[in-house]
Design a protein around this ligand. Structure first.
Ligand code: ADP
Ligand code: MG
Length: 323
């Protein structure tokens, strides 16, 4: 075994833990885990690649946090309980301080949600990347899908979409190859570097939401996917969007709108609630740990249309690409 691998083993295995539902963790050819009785296994994978999903020079702690957060966000959107993570990392050079900081970000979030690292792979790669496969459980038949929205349901969004994209803009040095400006630490920038997956909200919505998706590619695109999967549509007023005071202070209204609708990297939840469950939602909204804002109503005619001051608002097609 190489010295590099021994060090990686020290960094990751040390905090991985075993016991309980992890019958065999890091160190053998594969991990063994046991699923709670009456549950379905839930699996999601998301990879972060430098230059595509994070900036060259981004804080290693943020990369460690985000590679798990993006998967936790998918679990929140299914209303599933995360249990075990597997981590594949590709490193151009062996940089122990970078890896230690990465592990800090990863394990701080993993411990917050009692997720255990049960394995992974470490490879040399010209391109820095971190890919996480997250597994967990959901009571049989309980997952919230994208396809359950019906005409008359109310559409909600969690948190304040747009903040992460605004933070990404503030953190990016304008140059031919965008690079990370590490000295900017406003609330918007930390929303981009350290998104908080909405697991508490996702869990209370298990028996309340008719459909749900997480907003990683922008509210317009992701809500459009939910509506298409459900075979329904919506017409919404942009005035309902819960823009933060921080985004309004840093950007003009039109730019803030574009960030909120197509900026991406929000990791908020967008979901629909049948009218007879609105009071149940209001009863437990305080447990969601985040703002839940009604945006409008699902209609039978397909398509997603936005309105601004009574006129059609055309969403910019590809306004904010991931660098
Ligand atoms: P093999 O070549 O047999 O797949 P590896 O040397 O890749 O073995 O991995 C040895 C052990 O270390 C395995 O249990 C694997 O899951 C774990 N492992 C490797 N890299 C990581 C990592 N980045 N994070 C967590 N566990 C890892
Ligand atoms: Mg391997």
């Amino acid at each position: 075994m190489s010295i590099e691998f021994e060090i990686i083993n020290e960094i990751f295995r040390r905090r991985a833990g075993a016991g309980g539902d992890v019958l065999l963790g890091i160190g053998d050819d594969a991990a063994l885990t046991s699923l709670p009785a009456g549950s379905s296994l839930v699996t999601a994978t998301d990879a972060l690649v430098v230059g595509t999903h994070f900036l060259p020079g981004a804080p290693a702690r943020s990369v460690g946090h985000r590679c798990l957060a993006v998967n936790l966000s998918d679990f929140a959107a299914m209303s599933a309980d995360p249990l075990w993570a597997s981590l594949a990392i590709g490193l151009p050079t062996f940089d122990r301080p970078w890896l230690e900081e990465f592990a800090e970000g990863f394990f701080a979030l993993a411990e917050q949600y009692a997720v255990r690292l049960i394995g992974g792979d470490t490879v040399r790669s010209n391109t820095l990347f971190a890919a996480v496969t997250l597994q967990g459980a959901i009571p049989d038949g309980a997952g919230v899908l994208r396809s359950g929205a019906r005409a008359g349901d109310i559409i909600y969004v969690s948190g304040r979409p747009g903040d992460a994209a605004a933070g990404r803009q503030l953190a990016t040095v304008d140059s031919e190859i965008p690079e990370c400006k590490v000295d900017t630490q406003t609330p918007l920038v930390s929303q981009f570097y350290y998104p908080q997956p909405r697991l508490a909200a996702g869990k209370i919505l298990r028996f309340i939401a008719s459909a749900m998706i997480d907003v990683s590619d922008g509210l317009h695109t992701d809500l459009g996917r939910l509506l298409a999967a459900s075979g329904v549509g919506a017409s919404l007023d942009v005035a309902r969007l819960p823009l933060s005071t921080a985004i309004r202070a840093n950007f003009d209204f039109s730019t803030a709108l574009e960030f909120a609708l197509c900026g991406g990297d929000d990791y908020e939840l967008c979901f629909t609630v049948p009218r007879d469950k609105i009071s149940a939602l209001e009863d437990c909204a305080a447990m969601a740990d985040c703002l839940l804002t009604p945006l409008g109503e699902v209609c039978a005619a397909p398509g997603l249309h936005w309105v601004r001051s009574g006129a059609a608002y055309i969403v910019p097609a590809t306004s904010f690409e991931h660098f």
